[in-house]
Design a protein around this ligand. Structure first.
Ligand code: PMP
Length: 354
């Protein structure tokens, strides 16, 4: 019998896949572990064109994103979630022996996408309060034992919830014109004034990723975007699969990005921010809570006196949260997505009864 594992590429044999909330699973009825929006909207769907392959870059979707962000269509690429954009960037820009800089704790897919595509990873050090400086990123770029092509920074960061300072970013983009700085703005709708989109006009080495999975409440359709200089978009368009956006996805995304869809999203964001601050207040009043981190996103990162005990108690009651117990520096930390008022009341009930 052939050992099929040995047939796989060496880097795939060694690969640890991303443990998404859905892969981890868990039996429950309240899912506050994936930073999803708690409710879906209604969409109109036409099935008469499903016999045809879709456009590689459906016009109304890319135009909708361009209108929403104030860019032109040639500065926009639509992909299967922003996860696909992360992989595409690595495949487009990293040769064998080159790689990326990340700043943990951060979104796990940067490292896994690098590992999957045989690119190398070097880590920048955050300050003790988890903020990130341009100096730390510059040091990582200079010290990496390989050529750094991409730097991935999530802003707001996941699971930290904090922003990366735009002045620090501009310093870096000027200092390293041949490195692409990827600002992952998956959660930017919760703090739209912090977007780096206005910098795209001045810096060719800025790349921004966006998604419909969070504030647009469409994680199920897998639709994300890259915003960048048109030459970067053209390069990524060479690498992307021929039909990356299924027609039903394009139909729904188009509605979400139309005026009505954007208005609904903004209303949803206002509610989420109110609930987040109420949840913060309630959590801070509990003796079992050591600290609630600042957050600009739709979740709170909470340090408990005993994180594993809280996680288990919630699990027993069917409430699934995201534990960061195994991440260095995040022992006893749990991330709680801002769900519905009822879901958050349930969380508080379990916590106060512990
Ligand atoms: N970036 C960050 C920071 C995220 O937290 C996530 C998802 N949790 C993604 C990107 C991936 O989003 P998408 O659903 O668009 O692939």
């Amino acid at each position: 019998m052939t050992d099929l594992n040995k047939l796989a590429c060496k880097h795939v044999q060694d690969l640890v896949p991303y443990m998404s909330a859905r892969r981890i699973g868990g039996h429950g009825h309240t899912f506050l572990n994936a930073n999803e929006s708690p409710k879906s909207e209604f969409y109109i769907f036409n099935s008469t064109t499903l016999n045809r392959y879709p456009d590689c870059q459906p016009f109304e979707v890319t135009q909708g994103m361009a209108d929403y962000t104030g860019l032109t269509r040639d500065q926009v690429l639509v992909s299967r979630g922003s996860d696909e954009a992360i992989g595409l960037l690595i495949r487009t820009f990293c040769e064998a022996g080159e790689g990326v800089v990340i700043a943990p704790p951060t979104y796990g897919m940067y490292e896994i996408a690098a590992n999957t595509n045989n690119a190398l990873v070097h880590r920048a050090r955050r300050n003790d309060d988890f903020t990130l400086s341009a100096d730390a990123i510059a040091a990582a770029i200079n010290e990496a034992p390989f050529k750094v092509k991409l730097v991935f920074i999530d802003s707001p960061a996941n699971p930290l919830g904090i922003l990366f300072d735009r002045d620090e970013l501009t310093k870096l983009m000027g200092q390293f014109p041949e490195v692409l700085f990827v600002m992952d703005e998956a959660y930017i709708e919760y703090c739209p004034e912090a977007t780096c989109v206005p910098l795209l006009g001045q810096y060719d080495n800025l790349v921004i990723t966006r998604t419909l999975s969070k504030a647009f409440a469409l994680a199920g359709i897998r639709c994300g975007f890259t915003l960048a200089h048109k030459d970067i978009i053209a390069l990524m368009t060479k690498v992307i699969d021929p039909y990356p956006v299924p027609d039903p996805v394009a139909q729904i995304a188009r509605q979400a990005l139309a005026h009505g869809g954007v208005d609904l999203m903004k209303q949803r964001v206002v509610k989420t921010l109110e609930l987040r601050e109420k949840l913060r207040e309630n959590l801070q009043a509990l003796p079992s809570v050591k600290r609630v981190h600042p957050s600009e996103a739709n979740f709170l990162l909470v340090e408990f006196e005993n994180g594993p005990a809280v996680f288990e108690s919630m699990l027993k009651k069917g409430i699934i949260l995201r534990s960061f117990e195994s991440k260095p520096g995040l022992e006893n930390h749990i991330r709680i997505t801002v769900g519905t008022p009822e879901e958050l009341d349930e969380v508080m009930r379990v916590l106060t009864s512990m």
